[in-house]
Design a protein around this ligand. Structure first.
Ligand SMILES: [Zn+2]
Length: 345
């Protein structure tokens, strides 16, 4: 295993960050805005890019009163009389897509997102999920969860509907590798899996800037979850593959993440993240010297008291690591008393 890379190797060119509901110009025509989040992580960054006679906005914050109030301030203070003419959403999580419909209705503009993001938003906000719920429950019970109601509610979008303002009327699908102009700059779409299927990062080669969404964050590793609806996927392997793609970008790339401060040090940050996951995998592998179900493994990895949302995410993260180890032949699964037990071969 590599030696851990200290956080000190990351460089934060804007050490003061940006105050809540304010805007800081990073490069000509690229503004960093910061909105307060009433849940995990405390804040989200969104990016306002000058685009001809208007603005392109990247990500929106969730549909909660605090964020709507912050937006009223931002819209009054920073649009300079020009409208938002396009909204780009990096992925389907509520802190990114939450106010897309609300803002798009106000400015009568398109919302750009990957096809997978559009499908997921439509599924989570749509009807007709009841037929999936028995299968979801069975999945979590097999993994040692006695009461799977929280997990089922999360996967079927029970709370999602309360913090996302709706499916945008006019969606324009972005494809991997597509390039398009925002103002004078050209941006390339890099679609990544692992954190969210079809997560879009945007890269501007001319300015050396990566808008990374949640795919790369400076201080925390983004959640990598296996959920029952994608039970056959291998999200951690897909996330590693996305890191390999992002590693092709230059070392000096300025990274604009969705949470935390703008930074340089893409390559050391990727090595740190890989190291953190490798440590977690080794911990799970060692624990599986005896047969364990995922619920027990999750309690090992996350012994602290967690709120409902974080408990669901922690369990998804556990499953992603267990599943990766199983696919790699480092643990094997066997059914015992109706539960899937993992042990070293
Ligand atoms: Zn996310």
């Amino acid at each position: 295993m590599d030696t851990p890379i200290p956080f000190a190797e990351l460089v934060y060119p804007y050490p003061g960050g940006v105050p809540p509901a304010a805007a800081t110009e990073l490069h000509e025509g690229i503004f960093w805005m910061n909105l307060p989040l009433p849940f995990a992580m405390g804040q989200i960054n969104v990016w306002l890019l000058a685009d001809g006679d208007g603005w392109t906005l990247i990500d929106t914050a969730p549909a909660v009163p605090e964020c709507k109030t912050a937006w009223e301030t931002l819209l009054k203070a920073h649009l300079r009389g020009r409208p938002i003419t396009r909204i780009i959403v990096t992925h389907h999580h509520p802190d990114h897509v939450g106010l897309a419909r609300w803002l798009a209705d106000r400015f009568a503009c398109e919302v750009w997102m990957s096809g997978e993001t559009a499908d997921k938003v439509a599924f989570l906000l749509g009807d007709g999920k009841a037929p999936f719920e028995a299968a979801m429950s069975g999945f979590y019970r097999r993994h040692g969860v006695d009461d799977p109601r929280l997990h089922v509610e999360f996967e079927s979008g029970g709370k999602y509907c309360r913090v996302v303002s709706g499916v945008p009327d006019r969606v324009r699908v972005m494809d991997d590798g597509e390039t398009f102009a925002i103002g004078a700059r050209s941006w390339r779409v890099i679609l990544c899996n692992g954190h969210a299927r079809g997560h879009a990062a945007l890269y501007c080669e001319g300015s050396g800037i990566l808008i990374s969404g949640d795919q790369i964050l400076p201080k925390i590793t983004c959640n990598i979850s296996l959920m029952s609806l994608e039970a056959e996927s291998n999200p951690l392997a897909e996330y590693y593959a996305s890191l390999d793609r992002l590693r092709q970008l230059p070392e000096a790339t300025l990274v604009l993440p969705s949470h935390g401060r703008v930074f340089q040090g893409l390559h050391p940050r990727i090595r740190q993240i890989e190291h953190d996951h490798a440590e977690r995998l080794a911990e799970v592998e060692a624990f599986c010297s005896e047969p364990r179900h995922a619920a027990a493994i999750s309690r090992l990895l996350f012994p602290q008291q967690l709120n409902d949302l974080n408990r669901v995410l922690a369990f998804g993260e556990t499953l992603a690591h267990v599943h990766y180890l199983e696919r790699a032949g480092r643990v094997k699964a066997a059914i015992s008393n109706g539960q899937l037990m993992y042990s070293r071969p």
